[in-house]
Design a protein around this ligand. Sequence first.
Ligand code: HEM
Length: 465
Amino acid sequence: MMGILLLGVPFLFLFICCGVLKLNELRYRKKGLPPGTMGWPFFGETTEFLKQGPSFMKNQSAKHGSLFKSHILGSPTVVCMEPELNRYMLMSEGKGLVPGYPQSMLKIMGKWNIGAVEGSLHKTMRSSMLGLIRPTMIRDKLLSKIDEFINAFLCHWNGQVIDIQEKTKEMWLLSALKLIAGIETGPLSESMKKELYGVLTGTISLPIYFPGTNYYRGFKAREKVISMLENIIKERRRDPLCCQADMLDSLLETDSENEAKLSDEQIIDTILTLVYSGFETVSTTTMMAIKYLHDHPQALEEFRNEHFEIKKKKSSDYKIDWNDYKSMEFTRAVICETLRLATVVNGVLRKTTKDTELKGYIIPKGWKIYVYSREMNYDPLVYDEPFSFNPWRWMNQNLESHHYFLSFGGGGRLCPGKELGIVQVSLFLHYFVTRYRWEEIGGEKLLKFPRVEAPKGFHIRIWDY
Ligand code: HEM
């Protein structure tokens, strides 16, 4: 009797599980939705998505087609893996497809952060940002500052074992602080760096506002960053002569009627957005380019030749200028190939502001759409031998000529920091390969999904070249 009862328990459990899954499917059974499964109530299929990553996406699309529904990261979501449709969605903000980033990110980054604003406000915030980082600004103002910073940052690495993941993150943060508010490396930049790390970790956490959680710490860090930035702004206003001709000065400019173009709150959120947007993208691209160059000696040789060719024409205390940067054709190809092969960006998130028709299906208002562009990067019809690192495939082509290369997004939200990001990576790599050779310590895990990262760091041993 006892045996039968014990045998019955797993069956009962299985029965209840199937019932719960079925009920959850019924909850989302609405006419016109794409095929797919919704998983468990509340959790959906997040665990499968995070554990299996790209294979989860491939399996689901094999079963249900390239547009399927799921429930991931806390929201009912439609995943789109169809190249043309993905491009169309990036162009369709006016048709009710707005950014759909997680609440934790939007709340910690502030209500004026560019991912949280739409319509005419987005245009205003975007154009003030573009005014700071567009290519002519880089050429005329930013490049020499970036060069000065990276040149000094990459000194005295000979004989050291360093965590290149940590160093590339530091490179971006400290360089951004210098460009934005003229903050030189020192005690202020160190305390800013500490708090900014807190903000960044908070944006990718579960939104539980309770002491001890990353989300809570993210908010506290945001408060401290705001207070430091408010002090800097106050100081600038008090003493206009301490003009630094940096991004903050441009943001503080007034119009012809002496009215501020942006409020202080908007300025602070813009600064946070600038630091945030380049943080993981620029640092991960730099780290992965170093990894790929290490693993591909022929590419490294051509890469070094390009940079020594530039160095050869210069004096000993040289600076990289705009023409030098523009001549780094192979470097640009290495960066594109790194972005493609490492898939630094898997895709972007959108949200429907009304019931929206896609490929004959109706996506309900408030659902997320994952514009999942990762698989396009490995499509053999687009890239010959897609899994090999081949920077030469990008030679004599510009980024825009690659119709399906969406690492910088597209449409009205195309990355405004694209050129700045490429400049940062290029200059870092210039000083790195012309000064040093390196070997990997080895045995360290590199994850590619959901983010490209080395959970325990990526250590390399460095010598003078
Ligand atoms: C390798 C470097 C970079 C990559 C791969 C990258 C990628 C992207 C992508 C995919 C988007 C589109 C997001 C969407 O559609 O929702 C984007 C947007 C954005 N990026 Fe970048 N980014 C890079 C560097 C930078 C840098 C250095 C900055 C600024 C300092 C920056 C600032 C921004 C901003 C402000 C947006 C939002 C634009 C808008 O909503 O109108 N990015 N980036």
